[in-house]
Design a binder for this molecule. Structure first.
Ligand SMILES: C[S@@+](CC[C@H](N)C(=O)[O-])C[C@H]1O[C@@H](n2cnc3c(N)ncnc32)[C@H](O)[C@@H]1O
Length: 286
């Protein structure tokens, strides 16, 4: 339940990765829903790298499903897909979904990117493509993560990163819902407070240079969304980040409850447009 009093007494989740999957069911659900919303953009980005049937792809920080179905569809049964995540709980959800959809050729590995021995991932690697989404922003050193990712690729292999930059004015409903902007600010502040580079998406040129990978292109994309689903997603995110926000004094429990209430009320509104977060897509070559 979002905003239940016992959540307020929780300590901040510990993490060696800046973000390790929160044990809330709401976290699984929102990530699965957003994976579906983003699937056309994921497909397009991966196809632009040349990923095709028989290819080998890895989704790093795949969470409870991530891009795994998209990658599995693109490489087909003769290809190989690996999902890596530090959270065994998230991978359990991913396995159940993948089995239900018949994607038994996807391998899942529970590990921290920085520590996993290459031999645990190769084979099936070295990979043609490494995909990350909402991952680099949670890393303390995203350039080091990119460097490690490049080591898992074949020469000329590609990295596709889809990350959310702060300060874009999205997500957005028209007419505006000010609480949504405030929650979005708190999300970025919480990522920062946990040691993530919340503005990594604004610095891809430097990150690629520091990681020794060649930046091939950058562009933005903006998914249209359903107002009630968007508002529910941000309620779930705020509920999930409540302990971090309170622990770091980014907002009081009173403000969080008030924001949750405003998002709930906003579900009754009539909107002429609704957009989710703006993403930056980066394609780089190892
Ligand atoms: C915000 S979630 C995004 C999940 C998925 N990429 C998506 O877009 O739906 C980030 C995921 O990355 C995982 N993660 C973060 N840092 C990691 C690391 N250094 N090594 C492995 N997994 C990590 C977390 O456990 C979490 O499941």
């Amino acid at each position: 339940m979002i905003g239940s009093p016992d959540r307020e007494t929780m300590t901040e989740p510990t993490s060696h990765a800046g973000y390790v999957f929160d044990r809330q069911r709401g976290d699984h659900e929102r990530l699965i829903q957003s994976s579906e919303l983003l699937a056309p953009f994921t497909t397009e980005g991966c196809v632009r790298t040349g990923l095709a049937r028989g290819g080998r792809a890895i989704d790093i920080g795949c969470g409870p499903i991530g891009a795994l179905p998209v990658l599995a569809e693109l490489v087909g049964p003769e290809g190989r897909v690996l999902g890596l995540d530090a959270s065994g709980e998230a991978l359990g959800t991913a396995r159940a979904i993948l089995d239900e959809r018949g994607f038994k050729m996807v391998t899942l590995v529970e590990a921290e990117l920085a520590n996993v021995p290459t031999s645990d991932l190769c084979p099936p690697g070295p990979f043609d493509l490494a995909y990350v989404r909402r991952f680099l922003v949670h890393q303390a050193d995203p350039a080091a993560s990119l460097r490690r990712i490049a080591e898992l690729l074949r020469p000329g292999g590609r990295i596709v990163a889809h990350e959310i930059p702060p300060g874009t004015g999205y997500p957005s409903l028209t007419p505006r819902v000010p609480a949504l902007q405030r929650v979005d600010e708190l999300v970025h502040a919480a990522v920062h407070a946990r040691g993530g580079k919340y503005d990594a998406a604004h610095h891809f040129e430097a990150l690629c240079r520091d990681a020794g990978v060649r930046l091939l292109g950058q562009r933005g994309f903006l998914p249209a969304a359903q107002p009630v689903l968007l508002l529910e997603t941000f309620q779930a995110v705020l509920g999930s980040l409540r302990p971090v926000i309170v622990h770091h004094h980014l907002a009081t429990t009173g403000e969080i409850d008030d924001l949750l209430h405003q998002l709930e009320e906003a579900k009754q509104g009539k909107y002429v447009s609704c957009f989710a977060n703006l993403y930056i897509e980066v394609i780089a070559e190892a």
